[in-house]
Design a protein around this ligand. Structure first.
Ligand code: B12
Length: 303
């Protein structure tokens, strides 16, 4: 019996939106139409779609994947372990969109090895700045959207976020370890559990020569202050997500600003930081624009 698009999505773990996007952009998987005009698929499409999703997650060009047989696709990743056979650098054919779609599929399949390989390949291909801006941050937003739409469950979101966190730490930590530049204390305020924006920012700062002291989430204000004083921090970096309580955050930022030494900058960023300049006493960064330059041109960073 043929499958509806919902049934194909359920059988393969590839969300229906992604299946429609692939069809629109690359012409696969090709759907039959019911008398009522609904898409339907032959049952043998299931294995092919799963193999295609893994190949795209690895960075193989979707247009090439679309022409490959199931046997050819399976040869790319024997026993479920993804291996890159093509020496030709893969290109995302519509910016980062195709890769991100495929990473969502890998997240849905709990394919950690595939995700890590795909992240690293994109990082190598695109370079750090483009990877962070055009892949890592939009991927997180896409994971959030898929969760909201019910295409991924909460545990998929946690799994994908953790895999990206692993990668981001592996970027900033070794760089920071050999840096002699200014110290940045990175933390979130009490109640704030979103730390990935901060990891992205830590990558930019460490790449520009900063020494990162990453305290993580839900830090009490006295601890942030004490750490900044002990390390003679040049800046405290605080991330505020869209889910933060605005009144409480404004109040905490004011308290933190009042506690910290005047010589320590308080830099606040994240989707929830918009309009908080006054409380922070500094500029806020609701997006990544200008951030790289700010770290690179900091006088202290050059010292
Ligand atoms: C991963 C994730 C989680 C993980 C976080 C894991 C971790 N280790 O960080 C977990 C599972 C813990 C989580 C929990 C929750 N989450 Co959540 N989460 C996300 C997700 C998918 C990614 C968030 C993220 O890391 N974004 C970080 C970056 C990439 O985005 P950003 O904040 O805009 O920051 C950018 C810039 O501003 C800048 N930046 C960020 N920080 C800083 C700091 C400085 C100093 C500077 C200069 C710049 C800077 O860099 C970023 C890159 O562009 C988002 C989806 C989304 N669209 O963001 C939802 C999302 C933020 N979560 C949401 C919600 C609702 C929640 C929960 C309330 C769910 C629940 N019911 O439990 C809880 C709240 C927990 C809490 N108390 O904080 C909503 C918020 C919606 C809203 N307006 O309220 C979102 C948007 C999902 C959605 N679409 O609905 N979440």
């Amino acid at each position: 019996m043929n499958l509806s698009i919902g049934a194909l999505a359920a059988a393969t773990g590839v969300p229906a939106t992604t299946l429609r996007n692939w069809e629109r952009r690359y012409g696969f998987p090709r759907a039959l139409r019911t008398a009522g005009g609904q898409r339907e698929y032959a049952p043998d499409v299931v294995a092919w779609v799963q193999a295609a999703a893994r190949a795209i997650a690895l960075g193989h060009r979707p247009s090439q994947v679309g022409r490959a047989s199931l046997a050819e696709l399976e040869a790319l990743h024997p026993r479920g372990v993804l291996k890159v056979l093509s020496a030709e650098p893969a290109q995302a054919e519509s910016g980062s969109g195709a890769a991100i779609d495929a990473w969502l599929v890998a997240a849905g399949a709990l394919d950690g090895a595939g995700l890590e390989a795909a992240f690293r390949q994109a990082l190598q291909r695109e370079g750090l700045s483009a990877f962070l801006r055009s892949y890592a941050a939009p991927f997180l937003a896409a994971v959030g959207d898929s969760w909201r739409k019910g295409e991924l469950q909460a545990f998929h979101e946690h799994f994908a976020s953790e895999r990206l966190r692993d990668l981001l730490v592996s970027i900033w930590s070794p760089r920071s370890a050999v840096n002699h530049g200014p110290v940045a204390v990175c933390a979130t305020l009490p109640g704030e559990r979103h730390a990935l924006g901060l990891h992205i920012v830590a990558c930019f700062a460490a790449d520009a020569g900063w020494n990162i002291l990453f305290l993580g989430t839900e830090m009490p204000l006295p601890d942030i202050d004490a750490c900044a004083r002990q390390s003679d921090a040049h800046a405290v970096l605080i991330s505020v997500s869209a889910s933060a309580n605005r009144v409480q955050t404004l109040w905490e930022l004011e308290l933190l600003r009042a506690r910290l030494p005047r010589s320590t900058r308080l830099i606040v960023g994240g989707a929830g930081a918009v309009g908080m300049e006054q409380a922070a006493g500094e500029a806020v960064w609701p997006h990544l624009d200008g951030l790289e330059a700010a770290f690179a041109t900091s006088e202290a960073a050059r010292a």
